[in-house]
Design a protein around this ligand. Structure first.
Ligand code: C5P
Length: 288
């Protein structure tokens, strides 16, 4: 079984406050993009994970794929195994939800492979235990995400926004970015997602450019100033708007046409190693 696990971008990210357990209450507009990792899964006696290529992710129990698989076995009391091969294309520690997408793909794939019959609701509850972005990656497409990212309202999805994605610096850890945010004397709140939601559902890229925003961006720039340079560079290269996605360190540039995005990607490749020309899609996971 071959599964595509798609990355996500944040059109908006607003921080509403902090909960007693340290997690932050968020309000976000997120959308799946074509850029994807691939999981190959087959039945086996044991549960194992192997990485294809030079992936900068762990292959042990710290990998969210194994964490998801182990939770699934525990909750359903199954002893079945699987050989999972993971091919990474989504940059890691980038705010693109790569690890979360892989975990969501493992949940869906193993639920089917092992014939467990868990409902979407059951899988969503398990997903949240693996990570705050995993429930979104399960449903994919376009959604408003509240709570810690788990209270999801799926939205009618217009696809075909053209993006250039650059990871201009080494990755950022999500807890480190939230800690830098918490230490800021004047914490930006970030935009409510309503205007961006209207723009995306109407397919209006210029209105979307005006409505984007990410409350975590200033904190991430304090940790990695290269992010600000990259945002400026993408806007000089014709982006309608550029901003950081999630907790970074990747930057997304929104372009009016596929040609403009392709030209900017070619220019970016002369400066940064990790550059991708991609577009929004209406689903997060697909099984072949
Ligand atoms: O749930 P996940 O493991 O992806 O979150 C990683 C870390 O990011 C958490 O331990 C927490 O420090 C921070 N986080 C947060 N608020 C959120 C999501 C994540 O503070 N809504």
């Amino acid at each position: 079984m071959r599964i595509k696990a798609r990355a996500k971008v944040n059109w908006t990210l607003s921080v509403l406050g902090q909960r007693g357990d340290g997690y932050h209450e968020l309000d976000m507009l997120m959308q799946s993009i074509q850029l994807s990792d691939t999981l190959n899964i087959k039945e086996a006696g044991e549960l194992s994970l192997a990485l294809d290529g030079q992936a900068q992710v762990p292959s042990d129990g710290a990998n969210l794929v194994l964490k998801a698989a182990s939770l699934l076995r525990e909750i359903t009391n199954t002893k079945r195994g699987a050989q999972i091969r993971l091919k990474k294309a989504i940059p890691v520690s980038a705010g693109l939800g790569g690890g979360s997408a892989d975990a969501a793909a493992a949940l869906v794939g193993l639920n089917r492979l092992w014939g467990l019959g868990l409902s979407e609701k059951d899988l969503a509850a398990l997903a949240l235990k693996v990570g705050a972005d995993v429930p979104f990656c399960l449903i994919g497409g376009l959604a408003r995400a509240r709570g810690v990212g788990d209270v999801l309202a799926p939205l009618q999805c217009r696809t075909g926004f053209h993006l250039v994605i650059v990871k201009p610096t080494i990755g950022l850890s999500t807890p480190a970015v939230f800690a830098a945010y918490d230490a800021m004397p004047h914490k930006p709140r970030g935009p409510a997602p309503d205007a961006a939601t209207r723009a995306v559902t109407e397919g209006d890229a210029s209105a979307l450019a005006g409505a984007m925003g990410n409350a975590l961006q200033p904190a991430a720039i304090l940790l990695r100033p290269e992010i600000a340079v990259c945002i400026q560079a993408l806007e000089h290269m014709g982006a309608l708007r550029a901003q950081m996605t999630g907790s970074g360190s990747a930057v997304i540039g929104l372009y009016a046409t596929p040609d403009a995005a392709a030209r900017a990607t070619a220019a970016c490749r002369r400066i940064w190693r990790q550059c991708f020309c991609t577009r929004t899609v209406d689903h997060g996971i697909s099984i072949t």
